[in-house]
Design a protein around this ligand. Structure first.
Ligand SMILES: Nc1ncnc2c1ncn2[C@@H]1O[C@H](COP(=O)(O)OP(=O)(O)OP(=O)(O)O)[C@@H](O)[C@H]1O
Length: 727
């Protein structure tokens, strides 16, 4: 019945869309409204397609009769709900009801479907007595959950709407306001929860969030691809997925960089470095400068310029916006020199002259001086001088100059050598320090609007001139026309082009966009400079921050959440913990525990919900053994290697791809962060541990990527085809 209804809804949306496409012509406003409507129907169609698999996955039986079906979207028949959207308040007991706190529900049913056919059901009776007799565990819908966890991994994340657990549900439905930190070990569902929270917030605060948009920040493009399919299937748009390196419109940060340099660039003290860099671009002449105007020299020295520069700086405005103050001051200095030369009265102190009672030593008045100033401002030589002393700077030009001229070791780079991910927050910071002089753009907009107004007034005048009257002297009989009911301003606005892009599309190209909510995944990796940039994108501080401090790999990453957040919200943030691992089987978790037993500080492993029955294997050998292991591995396979051994292993196993859609991939630990595979072959764990200051955390990440099988491979010291030296 629900699928029949879904087909009808799909048919209707398709008819409407065809209708909209067929209509043509009209005012620009009508056309843009049509685009918006068409887009709405197209989105709706995409959503109906996305919810097709597993449309309905649950049923609640309330004590007072009836049944509530829970699904991926809400479906209504006249007033009656046929299917309740999983995000609606009515669906909540499906995720949190227990035998003890049953929310008036007597039975919860998990329904599994394949191609519109129910293939399995499992029921939980929410009765305290029954539960006590059965000694029920803490999991909700255990059979359905275990079935979901046993499914093969495909290189794309799936939604978990059918099996969200109560500790996860509390995070997903937590209030939108304020900063919520979700700390949890590997596989506890942090990423899944973050994505479902985005969908929940967009559903619950649709108005506000669809206009401001939601930003989801992930660590790298591989990870974003891994999660990108989840949201459309959660039937949502209005979300921008980005890495921190994507957040400066117009810059693509693709140049690689040494981790030490990236760490250095991410430090908070870089703010001071940039401030000093900007100050160094606000110059005064070291020695007097002369420029020739009308074949007479004008002179500018530091004593003239210093007070002017001080005044401009004391305005507190960003560099480019303070520039007009500096320019005005310098022009005053120069104009005064010209005025003194051409305006001085040669007779004013002539004791013999009778007629020398002019006002003072200078015959020019303020208006004359203003003219001189304006003339000077137009002279190329003067403009070049001003550009030299206080140039208009773009963030890109400023930072490229800074890297090309700095004497700090490691930071120096030639102009035009491309941007790195760690440059992006610095560009953003620079943009704040420099400010954007948008007076030209605003002037253009004002001019366009004036033009539209004039045009609209002209149209109305013509329309008024052609008014028809029933009888010349009968006022009441006048037939109203456009000029009577419309004002020029209203008409002009109708002809303005409407922006039909979604919030996410507009936000992607606007550095100063303020998102309605920001979700940060793998948040432990971000540097202080990245946090500054993200906080600027979210002035409302409505944020969900998801991560695991025990997995921090980046040198400049987080040690404590308090240290990350206190500069922005002091101690006004909430912490939620996820404690159960849905990914890593008990056997692998126990093995990881043994390998990491000496970690300092000790690692608090999450509790695994299931066991795979397969103990991790340890193999020592050469490249040919590794090739053999990959050939034998089941399901999706990842070979995870120390970064320093990537090239060697890639050469020995050329069939391994980096594309997650392939069944077998080769990744470094950093690249594997947040991902999961049926089988993992971990190469040289000791080298991973030794490779960086946070090597223990890296090893923890690598050990917890497998959902079924883990093989630890060590290259044999003497093997002819071994990889490098075994540590
Ligand atoms: N309630 C659930 N029902 C079904 N599957 C779940 C549930 N919670 C988590 N999972 C699955 O567990 C796996 C791990 O989840 P996820 O990647 O979100 O964990 P994570 O905490 O972000 O891990 P990491 O710290 O390693 O990045 C995923 O396959 C996810 O779909």
């Amino acid at each position: 019945m629900l699928y029949t209804r879904l087909d009808e809804m799909r048919e209707q949306a398709r008819d409407h869309l065809t209708g909209v496409w067929r209509s043509s012509g009209g005012t620009p406003q009508a056309r843009s409204q049509r685009d918006t409507t068409a887009r709405g129907y197209a989105d709706r169609l995409a959503r109906y397609d996305a919810v097709e698999p597993g449309l309905c996955f649950g049923r609640l039986d309330p004590r007072d009769g009836g049944a509530l079906h829970i699904g991926r979207i809400g479906i209504h028949d006249v007033d009656e709900p046929l299917l309740v959207d999983w995000r609606a308040p009515a669906a909540r007991p499906f995720y949190v009801a227990t035998a003890i706190t049953s929310y008036g529900i007597t039975r919860r049913r998990h329904i599994r479907t394949r191609d519109r056919t129910v293939i399995d059901l499992d029921d939980e009776v929410l009765d305290a007595d029954v539960a006590a007799a059965a000694g029920g565990g803490p999991l909700v819908g255990e059979a359905a959950l275990l079935a979901a966890l046993d499914a093969h991994r495909t290189g794309r994340m799936r939604d978990i709407v059918a099996t969200i657990q109560s500790e996860q549900d509390r995070v997903i439905r937590s209030a939108a306001g304020g900063v919520l930190v979700v700390q949890g070990g590997p596989g506890t569902g942090k990423t899944a929860v973050a994505l479902h929270r985005a969908a929940y917030l967009l559903y619950t605060h649709r108005e506000q969030l669809s206009s401001r948009g939601v930003l989801i920040v992930g660590p790298n493009p591989t990870f974003l691809r891994y999660i990108s399919q989840v949201l459309p299937s959660l039937a949502e748009t209005g979300v921008l997925l980005a890495t921190p390196g994507d957040l400066f419109p117009g810059v693509s940060a693709t140049t690689p960089e040494a981790p030490e340099t990236a760490e250095f660039k991410g430090r908070a003290e870089m703010v001071e470095f940039l401030i000093e860099g900007v100050a160094a671009r606000q110059r005064v002449p070291e020695s007097p400068i002369e420029i020739e105007v009308d074949r007479h020299p004008l002179r500018l020295d530091r004593y003239d310029c210093e007070p002017v520069r001080r005044r401009a700086r004391e305005s507190g405005l960003p560099h480019n916006l303070a520039r007009p103050i500096f320019v005005a001051g310098v022009l005053d200095v120069l104009a005064r020199q010209v005025a003194e030369r051409i305006g001085s009265d040669p007779f004013w102190d002539d004791p013999l002259g009778e007629n020398d009672a002019l006002a003072g030593p200078n015959v020019l008045d303020d208006a004359d001086v203003a003219d001189i100033r304006a003339d000077l401002a137009g002279l190329p030589a003067v403009r070049a001088l001003l550009d030299e002393l206080w140039p208009v700077l773009t963030p890109q030009r400023f930072l490229a100059d800074l890297w090309a001229t700095t004497d700090r070791a490691g930071l120096r780079r030639e102009r035009g050598s491309g941007w790195t991910a760690a440059d992006v927050p610095l560009l953003d910071e620079a943009a704040e320090l420099l400010g954007e002089d948008d007076s030209l753009r605003r002037a253009r907009e004002a001019r366009d609007r004036r033009r539209r107004l004039d045009y609209a007034q002209g149209v109305l005048d013509i329309s008024a001139g052609s008014k028809s009257y029933e009888a010349e002297d009968d006022f009441e009989a006048e037939i109203p026309n456009a000029a009577d009911v419309l004002e020029a301003a209203v008409l002009a606005d109708r002809y303005a082009d409407r922006d039909t892009r979604s919030a996410a599309e507009r936000a992607a190209v606007d550095r100063r966009w303020a998102f309605g909510h920001v979700i940060v995944d793998e948040a432990q990796e971000l540097s202080p400079m990245v946090w500054r940039m993200l906080m600027r994108r979210c002035p409302s501080r409505s944020m969900t921050i998801v991560g695991d401090l025990a997995q921090t790999g980046a040198r400049g990453g987080a040690d404590t959440w308090a240290a990350v957040l206190s500069p922005y919200v002091a101690d006004r943030w909430r912490l939620a913990a996820l404690t159960v691992s849905y990914r890593t089987p008990a056997e692998i978790m126990a093995y990881a525990g043994r390998l990491l037993a000496d970690a300092d500080p000790p690692i608090d492993l999450p509790h695994p919900v299931r066991s795979s029955g397969a103990e991790p294997r340890e193999v020592t050998g050469g490249a040919s053994d590794l090739v053999e292991l990959v050939a034998q591995a089941q399901g999706s396979v990842a070979v995870i290697v120390p970064a320093g051994r990537l090239a060697e292993v890639a050469a020995a196993l050329p069939d391994l791809a980096q594309d997650l859609d392939e069944p077998a991939v080769l990744l470094t630990v950093t690249q594997s962060k947040g991902l999961e595979f049926d089988s993992v072959i971990l190469v040289d764990p000791e080298l991973i541990r030794a490779e960086s200051a946070r090597g223990v955390n890296d090893l923890y990440v690598a050990l917890t990527r497998a959902t079924r099988h883990l093989t630890v491979f060590r290259s044999a010291p003497g093997a002819a085809d071994g990889f490098g030296e075994q540590l």
